[in-house]
Design a protein around this ligand. Structure first.
Ligand SMILES: *Cc1c(COP(=O)(O)O)cnc(C)c1O
Length: 519
């Protein structure tokens, strides 16, 4: 504990236990904040709207009879509301996000500046193409670099996320089989796959069959061979896989897949571990999505305004969805209507995808250059292995040896402590850290998946590892209380997650008691 000049402790830790509860619900400089609907009504907005000059009777019985109930705050109140809420949560601008299977979380400010240029931010998808040549040039340049980095001949830019990219890839694969009159039924997916893989295959109408995993966390070739057959449409693999391991037999897997007349779909969510080092085309991949938010630093959109372009092999390229950009002598054209006789499977989204994400991803690529992108992969892998080495003495890893971009631990080391993976994660929140990914991949008991990413400095990774090691020591020393009730210091404690999932409260009603939803 340090002392300030007049002798009072400057750190709170010693007095937390005996501290009185605050009278306001605030804590230190953190404010208690109600829901925006509880804060005030429309009359406070300070915006004067003219009386409408329409005859309300035109609306018949659609005329509103009760106030709409929208919140209405002044600008400073609005800003404070959202800043206060943001302080109740974690942010990448505050500390490391150790979540695994999530990759890149930093969003460089340069990207934001570029995306806000009026020539990108203020354009409309229905504008004449001659007025958006710069934007089309960005799409073309991004497509060029995605194809170059993957070695693939074609890319579909319009999918809006990784999962949407999987849909794109499987629809192209289905179209390719159907074009040959070869309707196939099954898609093979390893047991460690991200849930979106089997979900997408099922959504497209395929039966999903699991491929077993070897004791070293990789695809079991014998099992794959046994399950491949004339009715298999595709094998979906993730490389590096969700255990953070490189699938070393990828070329052989591709050969076996192709020999069975199937296509190899690669889930490219972990591309940051190999970007600039390995070209998926050289591994025999037919289709791969690239989550721009995981490898090329665009914001994670929660499935929202994201982008998950899909690169396609020569065999699948003819089936790519519309639209695409064509560079001609007199400028760029966006092809919105596939020409007569085209095999394109159609369209995945309205218009052309997420322009803002294209600009951000290209800004990121250009700010790194080819050598910088290769270093991304090196740093991502180095950082993860540093974490694995620092924590490996205290925690147990299911797979020995080096990892790629993320370090996977199981819960064998917690046996007998009375502490479960969930408790451990909650205690990390008390220490000021966002927890790692828990209980994924499912193939590992009580999994804890840690991915520092390429953007974390050593000092921050050390701060995180110090906290994990201190907690690990506390768990082993029998201090189960610290874990069972955690988080003690977060704005909200443990939520009833089942209740929140089964009976979500999606609407606020003024007559209901506030803030009881799932706590
Ligand atoms: C994140 C992730 C996905 C899904 O990507 P979204 O962009 O979130 O839709 C699929 N597979 C793996 C391995 C992932 O990590």
């Amino acid at each position: 504990m340090t002392m300030q000049t007049i002798g009072r402790p400057t750190r709170a830790e010693a007095i937390v236990e005996s501290a009185p509860r605050t009278l306001t619900g605030g804590r230190g400089l953190l404010q208690h904040e109600p829901l925006i609907f509880e804060l005030g009504g429309w009359e406070k907005t300070g915006v004067d709207l003219p009386e409408p000059d329409i005859d309300a009777s035109d609306l018949g019985d659609l005329v509103r009879t009760a106030p709409i109930g929208l919140p209405g705050l002044s600008e400073p109140e609005t800003l404070r509301h959202y800043v206060r809420l943001s302080q109740q949560n974690h942010a990448i601008d505050l500390a490391i996000y150790p979540l695994g299977s999530c990759t890149m979380k930093h969003n460089p400010r340069l990207n934001e500046k570029m995306a806000r240029l009026p020539g990108f931010a203020d354009i409309h998808p229905l504008q004449p193409q001659s007025t958006v040549q710069g934007a089309l040039a960005v799409m073309d340049a991004l497509a060029h670099w995605l194809k170059t980095l993957t070695g693939m001949p074609a890319v579909a830019l319009s999918p809006k996320a990784g999962a949407h990219g999987e849909l794109c890839g499987l629809l192209a694969i289905r179209a390719a089989h159907e074009a040959r009159g070869d309707a196939r039924k099954r898609v093979l997916v390893p047991t460690s796959a991200h849930g979106t893989n089997p979900a997408t295959a099922a959504f497209v109408g395929y039966e999903v069959e699991e491929i077993a995993q070897t004791a070293c966390g990789r695809v079991d070739l014998t099992d794959l061979k046994a399950k491949l057959g004339a009715d298999v449409a595709a094998v979906m693999l993730t490389n590096p896989n969700t255990c953070g391991l490189f699938e070393r037999d990828m070329i052989e897997i591709a050969a076996m897949t192709h020999a069975a007349g199937a296509y190899l779909y690669c889930d490219g969510a972990n591309f940051n571990a190999i970007v600039g080092k390995v070209r998926p085309a050289d591994l025999g991949v037919d289709a791969m999505h690239i989550n721009l938010h995981k490898t090329f630093s665009t914001p994670h959109g929660g499935g929202g305004p994201g982008a998950g372009p899909v690169v396609l092999s020569a065999a699948l390229a003819p089936f790519a969805p519309k639209p695409w950009v064509v560079a001609a002598e007199r400028g760029f054209t966006i092809v919105d209507h596939a020409p007569e006789g085209s095999a394109s499977f159609g369209r995945l989204s309205a218009f052309h995808g997420q322009m803002g994400m294209y600009v951000r991803a290209l800004a990121y690529m250009m700010s790194h250059g080819a050598d910088g992108l290769a270093q991304v992969a090196e740093d991502a892998v180095l950082n993860a292995n540093y974490v694995k080495a620092r924590l490996g003495g205290a925690m147990t890893a299911p797979f020995a040896g080096y990892c790629m971009h993320e370090a996977l631990f199981d819960d064998r080391w917690l046996e007998g402590t009375g502490v479960a993976t969930l408790d451990f994660a909650k205690a990390l929140i008390d220490e000021g850290f966002h927890p790692m990914t828990m209980y994924f991949p499912l193939v590992v008991h009580g999994a804890m998946l840690i991915e520092p990413t390429e953007t974390e400095p050593k000092a921050e990774i050390d701060r995180f590892c110090d906290a994990v090691l201190a907690l690990a020591a506390a768990a082993k020393a029998g201090d189960a209380e610290r874990f069972k009730g955690a988080p003690f210091h977060a704005p909200l404690r443990r939520l009833d997650e089942t209740q929140a999932a089964r009976k979500p409260k999606l609407r606020w009603r003024p007559d209901e008691a506030p803030r009881v939803a799932a706590e």
